[in-house]
Design a protein around this ligand. Structure first.
Ligand code: ZN
Length: 238
């Protein structure tokens, strides 16, 4: 499958999944903006067959109503979400299958940023919304420190080659924080250079690779919930 970033707002990414079996039938993850999504679908001569949501925040879900009106497609999302337009409710360990398109994604409950946050993993790709970012993680709005730490541990256990598709372009700021936490890390310096080059070309810094996150992401490297909590508080003030 091919995965493309559709930029929206200041720094959001809507991810478009084009199945190898039929690249014109597109699944989008977190369509915060219907117009940006629809424009991309028109440009690519594609149709929208499903929407996947990671959590209820408006910048990930505000485009859903208009897209459903246009495409009458199913909306998958967390079972415990306050977002009302989800009609295929998902829980931890569920699978989302599009058999005709050869796509199956595994649902991983990742509460912390919000209580309803889920991530989708399959075909070597992870769609993790605002849970895990390149060299960072989301703010803790609803979950406990312990919940967020455990969620990151679940993602950390995925194969090292996993490509990480995050919900925002926060990489440069996250790497500045990572450099403060790990001032002697060559991996952080290398990531800063790579991200800077991509951004100067107007390209997304994503996806990240989980193997690299193990080296550069202070939150993923935390070895206890207490350490994670201290890092999150530090970053909030950074
Ligand atoms: Zn969010």
């Amino acid at each position: 499958m091919q995965i493309t970033a559709i930029p929206a707002f200041d720094d959001n990414y809507i991810w478009a999944i084009q199945p190898a079996a039929n690249p014109r039938q597109v699944i989008v993850v977190d369509p915060g903006c219907a117009d940006r999504c629809q424009q991309w679908l028109d440009d690519q001569h594609c149709e929208l067959v499903a929407i996947l949501l990671t959590h209820h925040h408006w910048d990930h879900s505000q485009g859903v109503a208009a897209l459903v009106e246009r495409w009458h497609c199913p909306v998958y999302g967390p079972a415990n979400s306050p977002f009302r337009e989800i009609n295929h409710a998902l829980q931890h360990h569920d699978r989302v299958s599009f058999a005709a398109l050869g796509i199956t994604l595994q649902v991983i409950a990742t509460p912390g940023h919000t209580l309803d946050h889920i991530s989708y993993y399959g075909h070597g790709a992870l769609f993790c919304g605002d849970t895990l970012f390149l060299a960072g993680c989301g703010r803790r709005f609803e979950g406990t420190v312990e919940q967020f730490y455990q969620s990151l541990q679940l993602l950390a256990a995925l194969p090292a080659a996993t490509q990480v598709y995050c919900g925002h372009e926060y990489s440069a700021a996250n790497l500045r924080f990572a450099a403060a936490v790990m001032p002697h890390s060559q991996a952080v310096i290398a990531a800063q250079q790579r991200v800077q080059q991509l951004r100067e070309q107007g390209l997304p810094s994503l996806p990240s690779r989980l193997a690299e996150e193990h080296a550069i992401n202070p939150f993923l490297r935390a070895t206890s919930a207490a350490e994670f909590g201290r890092l999150r508080e530090w970053k909030d003030r950074f």
